[in-house]
Design a protein around this ligand. Structure first.
Ligand SMILES: Nc1ncnc2c1ncn2[C@@H]1O[C@H](COP(=O)(O)OP(=O)(O)O)[C@@H](O)[C@H]1O
Ligand SMILES: [Mg+2]
Length: 625
């Protein structure tokens, strides 16, 4: 077979040594060529020399062995299985509070905060660790025996008596599932309490075969039953106190809350990109029996992590816009698991709404919802097997976001470690301002100039004022994310991001400013409508008269829905155009970025000329293209 390869590799005559020429010209046996072939092949493919090492480090077949500390102890795994609102987390947390030491691993900052507060209120000192925040209850900064964290941040080397892994079904998530896998295999705790959908039981049990650990399953039933109604709501005139209308796009949220206001009712609004303080204050307003606001308009962000006194869940639609791998917008009918998670918010154990109800806004959607809710939740194994690229039950997580960030900063000279850390930043790539800020941070960092508080304030134009319209509000949400990015980086590069405390202070202030905006969201919507040029509706959405269009194809792992408002752009291979096409950059921002980039390039090129002959700089120049 190497003779075949030889045909592809045959060197041009001027690159051959005398020996090789001799070999080719005389009529020796073809095997005589082998050493020369190998020498040449290794010149072209230097990795041939380290194939064995490469094979070893790419052997991902037994992930359980990556966690020797956990393998050194015998762990007991307890699976708390049941639907939303069945008391799974509650029971696991009781055990966590009673233990000498414990770690809670949750999917959201909001949930980590909730457990942090619950634990400290119960007299069990507990620290908080998220990507952007470390709070130690001990004044001198010593670690407490208990810690509540976002799952990505849990330690797999610290020993605990009890560990709680919440929402285990997220182990199937294409982008974040790795963190649940790591926690499940790697946490060093005598007892691991896993909470989640029963659909994950078999999968977790099988995974534990590889570690030789048994799984005890405890089943839970809903504390508050919910029923699917036989009629749709059909009109916003039929709303009642305790109703929550669930939408899958922000524009639907805006338009519905405006229509509710026209009917003289007050509503609270919750969607994913709001800061945590704002979400909590909206939830509080809706839950407060004394507050006149008794209607909630929300996205599926309510599926996890917020306690809400909802009587009736009304699905405004059953399709969720997604962006597929090609950057095209696609509408997917929600899955049974998603529908159950949302429907499960109807009825709350400790509220006046003991029994929940679920229905749709549009009549034609109701039979579809009933059908979705009657299906069994996909068992998790199926998804793993179909995607498996490694061994049996595992697959390699999606690294699109990582690659996206790597593309964005590839022209910036950074050493490998810093570049890697930057690329793992958890940013929302759909927000143009966050992306441009990420670039600016990386550029400033590469110049070895610390990102001071003053610098950040200039960058985000602090101080900021309450939003006057929806565009302002969206921008403030993005600024909040940029400050999150700063805080996240500050834990990884303390000397380069030295002002985390100040940044945290203004981020809190910003959360309050956003809260003011969201409290008056219908006024912002009105202002946006009034300022729009005639004939356009800035809040136009996919409202329709008929039922949700049902897309036949479901794309796994597509990024979350988002309303780009940018359409009709030609597909182009350049990153900039792709960003615009995906709705991640506005054309204006792209132009501004191009201007900035060309300026920086010019400056850098000039720099290169000045220090020509310096190998390091040449290397940098080569990287840019
Ligand atoms: N035994 C209980 N006593 C008091 N409150 C409970 C009990 N079980 C659950 N709750 C409350 O009911 C709500 C839902 O419980 P939770 O554990 O969050 O459900 P799940 O994790 O199954 O979604 C929470 O507000 C929780 O505090
Ligand atoms: Mg729970």
């Amino acid at each position: 077979c190497w003779t075949n390869s030889l045909l592809n590799l045959i060197p041009t005559p001027h690159s051959l040594s005398t020996d090789e020429c001799f070999c080719l010209c005389s009529s020796g046996h073809i095997d005589d060529l082998y050493p020369y072939f190998m020498r040449h092949a290794k010149q072209i493919f230097p990795m041939l020399d380290c194939m064995e090492d490469l094979r070893k480090i790419s052997d991902l077949r037994v992930p359980a062995n990556w966690y020797p500390e956990a393998r050194a102890i015998q762990r007991k795994v307890i699976f708390h299985a049941g639907p939303t609102n069945s008391g799974k987390t509650h029971h696991a947390i009781q055990r966590y509070l009673a233990a000498k030491s414990g770690v809670y691993c949750g999917p959201l900052k909001l949930l980590a905060h909730e457990i942090f507060e619950k634990s400290n209120n119960a007299g069990v000192p507990c620290d908080l660790v998220t990507g952007e925040e470390r709070t130690f209850v001990d004044e001198e900064g010593r670690q407490a025996e208990h810690v509540a964290c976002t799952i990505e941040m849990c330690s797999v080397t610290t020993p605990y008596e009890v560990a709680v892994i919440d929402e285990i079904q997220m182990i199937r998530d294409i982008s974040r599932g790795w963190a649940w896998t790591r926690a499940l295999l790697g946490l060093c705790a005598e007892e691991i309490h896993v909470c989640g959908e029963p659909a994950a039981i078999n999968f977790v049990t099988e995974l534990m075969y590889t570690t030789g650990e048994e799984v005890e399953v405890r089943n839970y039933k809903r504390l508050t039953p919910f029923s699917i109604l036989d009629h749709a709501v059909e009109s916003l005139d039929n709303l009642r106190p305790g109703d929550c209308i669930v939408c899958f796009s922000k524009n639907d949220i805006y338009s519905i809350s405006r229509q509710i206001e026209i009917r003289g009712l007050e509503c609270a609004v919750i969607y994913g990109s709001l800061p945590p303080g704002t979400k909590l204050s909206q939830a509080k307003k809706f839950n407060d029996p004394e507050d006149p606001c008794k209607i909630l308009v929300a996205t599926d962000a309510i599926g996890m992590g917020l306690n809400l006194s909802i009587k009736r869940i009304i699905f405004n639609s059953l399709v969720k816009p997604n962006i597929n791998e090609k950057g095209e917008k696609e509408l997917d009918t929600i899955s049974t698991s998603q529908a159950l998670q949302i429907a499960g918010r109807a009825g709350r154990f400790s509220s006046i709404f003991k029994e929940g109800e679920v229905t749709t806004m549009h009549r034609d959607d109701l039979p579809i919802l009933k059908e979705i809710l009657s299906r069994n939740v996909d068992a998790i194994e199926d998804i793993f097997v179909s995607l498996s690229q490694v061994d049996g039950m595992y697959f390699v997580c999606n690294i699109d976001d990582f690659k996206f960030l790597a593309d964005m900063i590839q022209h910036i000279p950074l050493n490998l470690r810093s570049r890697y850390v930057f690329c793992t930043a958890p940013i929302n790539k759909k927000q143009p301002f966050v992306c441009t800020s990420f670039l600016k941070f990386a550029r400033q960092f590469s110049r070895d100039e610390p990102l001071t508080f003053d610098w950040v304030c200039r960058h985000v134009s602090w101080p900021l004022v309450p939003p006057k319209n929806i565009k302002d509000l969206v921008h403030l949400e993005a600024v909040h994310d940029v400050l999150d990015l700063y805080l996240w980086l500050s834990y990884r590069f303390m000397d380069m991001f030295p002002d985390a405390n100040h940044v945290r202070e203004i981020q809190k202030e910003l959360d309050s400013i956003i809260q003011v905006g969201v409290r008056n969201i219908t006024r912002l919507i009105r202002a946006t409508e009034t300022n729009a040029p005639p004939g356009t509706n800035p809040l136009s959405n996919q409202r329709r008269l008929g039922p949700s269009p049902v897309s036949p194809r479901r794309v796994r792992g597509a990024p979350k829905a988002q309303d780009s408002g940018v359409e009709g752009w030609q597909l182009d291979k350049s990153l900039g155009s792709r960003l615009v096409q995906e709705g991640l950059l506005t054309p204006d921002l792209l132009r501004q970025l191009q201007k900035e980039w060309s300026k920086v390039h010019r400056q850098e090129e000039e720099g290169v000329k000045l220090v020509a002959g310096n190998n390091k700089t040449k290397g940098n120049k080569k990287k840019k293209k």
